[in-house]
Design a binder for this molecule. Structure first.
Ligand code: DX5
Ligand code: ZN
Length: 224
């Protein structure tokens, strides 16, 4: 069954407690936190303080997406702040195998993310060590962008590779997810759907979350 990870990037920061609790009651499975450094991506967002604050107000696992250079310098800080999942970008890591191993030493799930233009083949050697594969379906940096259709092929490829190799990683998709695009991503093989704009930019984030979760459930999943 597909899981839903609302991204607080599009939330109203001054209403964050109410908004996170509203999605928690309406089908959210994880809370997705986008960390941006203004260098790896052309935007600046949250740091470990945000993770620590959210930890106090929700029971949902915190899914931390690091869009930063040199992520290895900050892994322990995010783990201590309360991250359950820490995802780094392939494009930001020279020693990806070492970074994945380091995340696991903190007891967190280790995720790798790929930008739209980065092929799956660049990380195949480490997929057996990976707990989560985050496929970007927009260029990272901003909420509210359009889903890039060619990324569906990478989702299919990741699902095929997983099945063939009896691998364990969860396939997560991030960017431009809505009631229209979510079923396509699920049918291609996505297991966790991140959504910011489609939930928090709507009049009622609670209702939007509930509807999106229903659509994800109805899409079923990929027949392998
Ligand atoms: C984009 C972030 C996303 C973003 C998704 O760089 O990684 O998590 O919040 O936002 P939407 O769902 O609005 O495309
Ligand atoms: Zn993200």
């Amino acid at each position: 069954m597909g899981k839903l990870a609302p991204s607080i990037l599009s939330a109203d920061i001054l209403q964050l407690r109410a908004q996170v609790q509203a999605v928690e009651k309406n089908g959210a499975d994880l809370i997705h936190i986008d960390v941006m450094d203004g260098s790896f991506v052309p935007n600046i967002s949250f740091g470990p303080m945000m993770v620590r604050a959210l930890k106090k107000i929700t029971k949902l696992p915190l899914d931390v997406h690091l869009m930063i250079q040199n992520p290895q310098k900050y892994l322990s800080v995010f783990a201590e702040a309360g991250a359950e999942i820490i995802t780094v970008h392939q494009e930001a890591c020279t020693h990806l195998d070492r970074v994945i191993a380091q995340i696991k030493t903190y007891g967190c799930m280790a995720g790798i993310s790929l930008n739209p233009a980065t092929p799956l083949s660049t990380i195949m050697p480490v997929l057996s060590e990976t707990d989560l594969l985050l496929i970007m379906s927009v260029n990272p940096g901003f909420g509210g962008q359009q889903f890039i259709p060619y990324t569906l092929e990478k989702i299919r490829e990741a699902a095929d590779f997983k099945h063939r190799n009896k691998a364990k990683y969860l396939i997560e998709v991030d960017g431009g997810i809505s009631v229209k695009t979510a079923p396509k991503a699920v049918k291609a093989g996505a297991e966790v759907l991140v959504a910011g704009n489609a939930i928090f930019s709507q009049e009622s984030p609670a209702d939007a979350c509930k509807s999106l979760k229903r659509v994800i459930e109805q899409a079923g999943g990929r027949a392998v």
